[in-house]
Design a binder for this molecule. Structure first.
Ligand code: NOJ
Length: 741
């Protein structure tokens, strides 16, 4: 009796968690509305709701249909992407609402990845803030602006874990770590979707790319993925699960095959895991023509076959492939396609249109007055500046070269990225405009006014071999008190279809910096890039290096804030910086080896020509102040399943200025039923300390902290010893050992 009641309560509780986690689910009246709408729809109208076409505003993939307006007017398309601004989208919406038989409103999507018009740092940079609240605010700003411009749906967050810096899309995610990536995923979903999707300033998020897109072989975009189920579940799926638990309303399939089956027709991913295990009730959209691409993958005979496979596997909406559009009608008539799959897909899509309130008022999103008021507003620019400052990582600062004094007599500002607007936007910059970007040079001028003589020389291009500009750059350096040199990548060198087989500084930029260093002047290197770069020479030779990523609209002001000490850098690397490409993949949460490196023993795990350690580890980042960690202490030596224990450590600001520190907690299971990584991030706290101030930081260790997929694939802790490491990066040396019983 008791067990039945307990089981019932548990079931009800899990249902209610599921419901509360999927705030987009309609109430009974909503379901009824959708039922009745479905019952009125023709097959062609249903297929229309499963079809997404791009407009000709923006090119984000290989093919373009030009007749999308015609399709809208005929009700043959239910969603449009890459179209924006209130006026333009309203006109399209009017066609859908007024010219089609049932007047079902369109859904407008766009890649609003790190801002709509006010551009924030690239997502990898935002993740370097280790500040979920700030990242949530950034996504909120993006939603405010893009909804005013008539958008309902962003193709974000991108939550692909990647451990290969060759892959250009690392710029778009949150780096290499499962826990940090999950925290960032949740923050972004909350920022975009808010608490109420029907509000005109909140939008649907679309978590992508499901799944394991970041595990492309050799870091080459769109390449094969072949990983074990364990690695899939341990490393690649958790950020998706976290985003969906936070309420993400849609999910995008990835281009890659996963262990022989393209993700877009992968029933294991789309039905077994997504729908059955996780209970997801939102909708599944493909990536751009990824149904069609199954033919090239060699898993479908032709587009029609690919479409059937995708439908059966659980795809609800076809992005730009026109496969459902072209073949599904006929396939239903011949009995090849099951109408139940179609009804389910259409229901999933209509639910979200309903949640947005589009049936109540299809025009509630785009609004010219709101566009004028919010887009690129002073408040949004201020948020972008703040986020950009938080994203920067101080990699090196010998002899306290930084911060620079504001009373320098002469300053040389050098480099191909020093007065560059376009690159600072980073890839996926939506409606961001280069002309609105504050360059580094401008930011420095804004900061120093006329009191310092600022000499700008480009010196060289990002790419190419010409050193013709070196002489002028060196001359400017020689007569200056200090040199700021901005080097890195073009924005197009990362992002989609932008893998590199060489992750060193392109062109002659290294030579430029080295020439400047030879002047003997204090040289500060500002890096702008979308991936980890292999920069061992800079690390050895330059006294100061600031990783500034692509910082967005306010980048220049933000960098100047950091360079001149108005903001004390607090970012930490969300991804390992290797010494050289030969070490890749290199990530901190690696497994142990049976033969750990031993300098004096040939038969151990090492390279003949390279160290095993990274140049800069995950979690690493300096400040203008210093932090000292006391002894880690625990309130009891062991714990049980429903128990918890506390780890405390005192952190002291031992320097002369206030600063922020990210205290990181890593866990290692000493002996497991399966081997466990050397350490895994399981928690972190960002604290603010005045000079000389100490704070006790407490981490609560629960079963969740210690859980992993055991040999039996149950996610739970195992009895035995765990080591808890705490400190300022993934090499954290303070540790305590606890027992789980
Ligand atoms: C392809 C990209 O992989 C995806 O991330 C993006 O959302 C779509 N194109 C639409 O632009």
């Amino acid at each position: 009796m008791t067990t039945t009641r307990q089981a019932l309560i548990a079931m009800l509780m899990s249902i209610s968690t599921l419901l509360s986690a999927q705030p987009f689910l309609p109430d009974a009246a909503g379901e009824q509305f959708i039922d009745s709408l479905l019952s009125l729809m023709t097959l062609e109208e249903k297929i229309g709701q499963m079809t997404l076409f791009t407009s000709d505003w923006d090119v984000t993939g290989p093919t373009l249909r030009t007749d999308y307006r015609d399709d809208v007017a005929k009700g043959k398309v239910g969603a449009i992407f890459n179209a924006h601004t209130a006026a333009y989208n309203r006109e399209l919406q009017r066609m859908a609402v007024e010219q089609t038989r049932l007047g079902i409103p369109l859904l407008f999507g766009y890649d609003v990845i790190h801002g709509y018009r006010t551009i924030f740092p690239i997502s990898l940079g935002e993740a370097a803030s280790w500040d979920p609240a700030a990242v949530e605010r950034a996504a909120r700003v993006a939603a405010e602006e893009s909804t005013a411009a008539g958008l309902h749906w962003t193709f974000a967050p991108m939550v692909d874990i990647s451990r290969d810096p060759r892959w250009g899309r690392v710029m778009e995610g949150s780096g290499e770590d499962v826990y940090l990536g999950s925290r960032m995923a949740v923050a972004r979903v909350r920022g975009f979707q808010g608490d109420d999707l029907s509000l005109p300033n909140t939008m649907l998020s679309c978590v992508k790319h499901y799944a394991a897109y970041g595990a492309a072989q050799a870091g080459r975009d769109y390449h094969t993925v072949d990983i074990s189920d364990r690695v899939l579940r341990e490393t690649y799926l958790p950020p998706f699960k976290a985003a969906l638990d936070a309420g993400a309303a849609s999910i995008m399939t990835s281009f890659n095959e996963l262990n022989g089956i393209p993700a877009t027709a992968n029933a294991y991913l789309l039905r077994d895991i997504l729908r059955e295990e996780w209970g997801f009730k939102g909708f599944v959209v493909t990536d751009y023509t990824s149904i069609n691409e199954m033919v090239m993958h060699g898993s479908a005979a032709d587009d029609a076959d690919a479409g059937l496979q995708a439908l059966r596997a659980g795809v609800d909406m076809d992005m730009q492939g026109a496969v459902f559009y072209n073949y599904l009608g006929q396939q239903v008539k011949t009995g090849q396609a099951d109408i139940r799959h179609i009804n389910e897909a259409v229901r999933n899509v209509l639910r979200l249109k309903y949640a947005l309130g589009l049936f109540e008022d299809p025009y509630r999103y785009g609004d010219e007055n709101r566009e004028k008021a919010v887009i690129l507003s002073a408040a949004h620019r201020a948020e972008a500046r703040d986020m950009a400052r938080r994203s920067m990582v101080l990699l090196k600062n010998e002899r306290n070269v930084l911060p620079l004094s504001t009373s320098l007599r002469r300053l040389a500002v050098i480099g191909p990225l020093a007065d560059n607007q376009a690159d600072l936007l980073g890839a996926w910059h939506a409606d961001g405009k280069a002309a609105e970007v504050v360059t580094l040079l401008q930011g420095i001028k804004n900061k120093l006014g006329n009191t310092t003589d600022i000499r700008y020389v480009k010196g060289c291009e990002v790419t190419g071999n010409s050193q013709a500009g070196f002489e002028e750059a060196i001359a400017a350096a020689r007569i200056s008190d200090a040199v700021v040199v901005a080097v890195g990548e073009h924005e197009w060198m990362s992002g989609e279809a932008a893998s590199r087989s060489d992750i060193r500084l392109p062109g002659v930029q290294l030579e430029l910096v080295q020439a400047l260093l030879r002047t003997g002047k204090p040289v500060v290197v500002v890096l702008m890039n979308g991936r980890p770069l292999a920069i061992p020479e800079l690390a050895a030779q330059a006294p100061a290096i600031l990783e500034a990523w692509f910082g967005g609209t306010e980048a220049g002001n933000a960098i100047a804030d950091v360079l001149f000490g108005d903001y004390n850098p607090s970012g930490k690397l969300p991804i390992t910086f290797p010494r050289s490409l030969g070490q890749v993949p290199l990530f901190y949460a690696a497994k142990p080896t049976g033969r750990p490196r031993d300098e004096n023993n040939k038969y151990t795990s090492k390279y003949l020509d390279e160290a095993n350690t990274p140049l800069y580890p995950f979690g690493y980042g300096l400040s203008y102040t210093t932090f000292a960690y006391g002894q880690a202490a625990i309130d009891k030596p062991s714990m049980k399943l429903n128990d918890s224990l506390q780890l405390t450590i005192t952190v002291t600001n031992t320097g002369k200025r206030a600063g922020e520190e990210t205290v990181q907690l890593y866990v290692r299971d000493k002996v497991g039923s399966v081997t466990r990584p050397l350490r895994e991030l399981r928690d972190f706290q960002k604290i603010q300390l005045q000079a000389g101030e100490s704070q006790q930081v407490t981490f609560v260790i629960t079963a969740e902290t210690l859980s992993f997929f055991r040999a039996d694939m149950n996610y739970a802790p195992e009895a035995g010893e765990y080591i808890l490491f705490v400190g300022s990066d993934s090499n954290a040396s303070q540790s305590v050992t606890i027992r789980f019983e």
